[in-house]
Unconditional design. Structure first.
Length: 83
C-alpha cells in the first residue's frame, strides 16, 4: 500500500483535481509530469477504475499505465475500466 505523507486536505475546502495531489508521491517525484498528467492531477476530477477484486483506483497516472502493469504494481488482479 502507498502511505501518503503530509496533512490531509481540509474537508470543507477540497482541492481541485485529485483530492490527494498535494500529498501524492507520483506527482512529487515527477512521474505524473513524465506521463503528461500532472496538470490533470491538479485540476481535473476523475472517475474510479476497478483494480480487480474489491480494489479500486482513482488516479490520472494509473490511467496512463497498461492495465496489467498497474494491477501488478498494486499487487491485485487485472485493472478494468468501468463500463
Amino acid at each position: 500500500p502507498v502511505v501518503l505523507t503530509g496533512e490531509p486536505p481540509d474537508p470543507s475546502r477540497i482541492p481541485a483535481g485529485c483530492r490527494f495531489h498535494a500529498r501524492c508521491q507520483i506527482l512529487a517525484g515527477g512521474e505524473a509530469e513524465r506521463a503528461g498528467v500532472a496538470d490533470a492531477c491538479r485540476g481535473q476530477d476523475l472517475e474510479i477504475l476497478h483494480g480487480g477484486g474489491t480494489n479500486q483506483v482513482a488516479c490520472h497516472w494509473a490511467r496512463t499505465r497498461p492495465q496489467e502493469e498497474t494491477a501488478a504494481e498494486a499487487g491485485t488482479g487485472t485493472a478494468v475500466p468501468p463500463g
